[in-house]
Design a protein around this ligand. Structure first.
Ligand code: HEM
Length: 441
């Protein structure tokens, strides 16, 4: 009798729990969608491998079923996914007010708990200024000749090889450039290879977060540990042998740490260094590789691009001088090519935030504490926003604003958290394309 009673009680409790899981509490109408299986939600479907540049199948299927705003559950966390340009824009504009930058625990494990994406308020502004100092226009102007020389040398080297694995080689080129700028790292004079630790990264970052040997996630965490150890050793080495003149980011960080204003800690500085190294080479190398592919598939675009760069050489007083900042700024069509490439590349498939209170939007309620995922590919490949959205057509950007974000372009994010490396990426891509079409065609 008692056994029957307890059995019934357990069944009722489980049924109630499953019902609650599927129908979370909300002071209004939740967006449509499914919360998936208890505990794991729709995590497995979300992390299913996808190597296409189309809208991720997970999102595409649900957009068809539920519309542009839907709910799900990922790694035990309720999430509203937005493919709606108005909601995306609203989310970016409300950073720090109604929404706050937030990334799943798996990301924070990989990028560090003190990474720039997880910091807010004063500390966030302080770090952003540090990065802007490093990769802002003044600094990039000085860097331009170095970027041109490095790119030229690499292209020269590749021109003697039968085949080149472009993604890998451009990633190494950009990694070396950024590592030099940040920590004066020179692979040829180093006993350990810092770059090797980042190899497993991109696979691990968007993988099921299972930390056991053999999984992509585990490899990724192992890479992080090794890279962080190397960065820490190098920072300590520099502390022991400080330089007279501030020449790289390490010097800057050490100066800040020594001032001891109680703002920057070594942990925050190392997490920042790690994020910058990763963010700079993995994203830009993918964009460059795709740019080359798109150009070889579209001879008319290549012709127009070549004309622009030959025009720059023709207008030079000294034909042997290097690229100037003014020349870089004059590359109108090149910037259209870059925008079109990053629109189609959809390098960042999801941008995460957390709702700071109950938010009403288009008849739905996003409950306080829920995560929100903005999905840029859904906007960039929408036939309502772009005519023939899968076509590579740089001319579609003619006369449009090419800097910053808009309701239909968010490859570099938007609002207060707009990517601080945008100009650095554009410099590297523009210089690469310049060298490619003027010297190595
Ligand atoms: C094609 C190249 C790139 C793409 C597509 C890209 C994309 C993005 C996106 C979408 C965000 C916004 C994330 C958010 O709102 O949560 C972002 C932020 C960021 N990016 Fe980039 N990025 C690129 C290159 C770079 C480079 C070269 C660097 C380093 C120099 C960099 C450093 C950062 C940092 C530090 C943030 C965080 C900014 C913040 O939280 O305010 N990115 N990037």
């Amino acid at each position: 009798m008692w056994a029957l009673f307890f059995g019934a009680l357990i069944i009722i409790s489980i049924t109630h729990w499953v019902h609650r899981w599927r129908n979370p509490r909300c002071n209004g109408t939740l967006p449509p969608g499914s919360m998936g299986l208890p505990l794991i939600g729709e995590t497995l479907q979300f992390f299913a491998p996808n190597s296409s540049f189309d809208i991720p199948p997970f999102v595409k299927e649900r957009m068809k079923r539920y519309g542009p705003i839907f709910r799900t559950n990922l790694v035990g966390r309720p999430v509203v996914v937005s493919t709606d340009p108005d909601l995306n824009y609203f989310i970016f504009q409300q950073e720090g007010q109604l929404f706050q930058s937030w990334y799943p625990d798996t990301f924070t494990e990989i990028f560090g708990r003190q990474n720039v994406g997880s910091l807010h308020g004063f500390m966030y502004k302080y770090l952003k200024n540090m990065v802007l100092n490093l990769f802002g226009p003044e600094s990039l102007k000085k860097m331009l000749p170095e970027v041109e020389q490095t790119t030229s040398k690499r292209l020269q080297l590749w021109s003697h090889q039968e085949t080149v694995e472009l993604k890998e080689t451009t990633a190494t080129m950009i990694f070396d450039l950024t590592a030099k700028k940040l920590i004066s790292y020179d692979q040829d004079n180093s006993s350990e290879n810092l770059r090797d630790n980042f190899v497993a990264f991109i696979h691990g970052l968007i993988s099921f977060p299972l930390d056991i040997p053999g999984t992509a996630y585990h490899e990724c965490l192992r890479g992080r540990k090794k890279a962080m150890r190397m960065l820490k050793n190098q920072l300590q080495e520099r502390r022991a042998n400080p330089r007279k003149n501030r020449s790289d980011f390490f010097d800057y960080v050490l100066e800040e740490l020594q001032e001891d204003r109680g703002i920057l800690t070594e942990e925050i500085a190392l997490d920042l260094m790690f994020v910058l190294l990763f963010a700079s080479f993995e994203t830009t190398s993918l964009a460059l590789t795709l740019a080359v592919k798109f150009l070889s598939d579209n001879p008319l675009v290549l012709k127009k691009l070549t004309e622009e760069h030959e025009g720059i050489l023709r207008n030079r007083v000294d034909s042997n001088s290097g690229l100037t900042w003014n020349e870089y700024k004059s590359m109108k069509f090149t910037f259209q090519v870059i925008n079109e490439t990053v629109r189609l590349a959809n390098i960042v498939p999801g941008i995460f935030r957390k709702a700071l209170r109950d938010i009403q939007f288009k008849g739905y309620t996003i409950p306080e504490g829920w995560a929100v995922m903005v999905c840029p590919p859904a906007v960039h490949l929408s036939p309502e926003k772009y005519e023939d959205p899968h076509a590579f057509n740089p001319w579609r950007w003619e006369g449009l604003e090419l800097n910053g974000a808009s309701k239909k372009f968010m490859a570099f994010g938007g609002g207060m958290r707009f990517c601080v490396g945008t100009e650095f990426t554009k410099v590297q891509m523009a210089v690469f394309l310049h060298c490619l079409v003027t010297k190595f065609r």
